[in-house]
Design a protein around this ligand. Structure first.
Ligand SMILES: [Zn+2]
Length: 175
């Protein structure tokens, strides 16, 4: 996927996730201005880290091997753990993760998920050429699917709007 696709995906994801994380469908008050202010605040909080995270993996076009050096699970784990240790860069991992998903689902070439252990690139057969006229529709479909998964996790498994430590604790509580 090209840069435009990644940014489009990240912005839409931040908008959708901002709603998911600040709206509890069971208690939402549609007439309360406060509800909309908290959605706007959450979108503001999420958008920059997610967009930056979505741009990060393609830095390996300049440093290292493209679709390998910064397109792998160890890099994603680093961004998941970093906020726990240093208490910053929250939500950047969502941008990195969505970049991987879009590269795997929405483009012809895969990514080397287990690099540097293996240079094998993984892909799904759904890919379209990044120059194809279907690139934007595919990006939209992928974004909607991701929001569905994130909403499911957030509403039914554990809150995504907390530190990973709290998420891990609540996750282990339901096991
Ligand atoms: Zn990429």
């Amino acid at each position: 996927m090209n840069k435009k696709g990644h940014v489009l995906n990240a912005i839409l994801l931040a908008l959708g996730l901002g709603v998911i994380l600040s709206v509890d469908p069971r208690t939402f008050q549609p007439n309360d201005v406060e509800s909309y202010l908290s959605i706007a605040e959450k979108i503001g909080q999420l958008s920059l880290p997610i967009v930056l995270g979505a741009l990060f993996p393609d830095v390996d076009t300049a440093f290292g091997k493209h679709r390998k050096t910064l397109h792998n699970l160890p890099v994603l784990v680093t961004f998941l753990v970093f906020p726990l240790i240093f208490n910053n860069l929250h939500f950047v991992w969502i941008g990195v993760a969505t970049h991987y998903v879009l590269d795997m689902v929405g483009s012809k070439r895969g990514i080397a998920l287990f690099y540097p252990l293996s240079p094998q690139e993984y892909d799904l057969p759904t890919g379209v050429a990044t120059s194809s006229k279907y690139a934007d529709p595919v990006t939209l479909v992928v974004t909607v699917a991701e929001l569905g998964v994130l909403a499911g996790v957030h509403y039914y498994l554990f809150s995504l709007d907390v530190s990973l430590a709290a998420a891990a604790a609540s996750f282990s509580a339901i096991l």
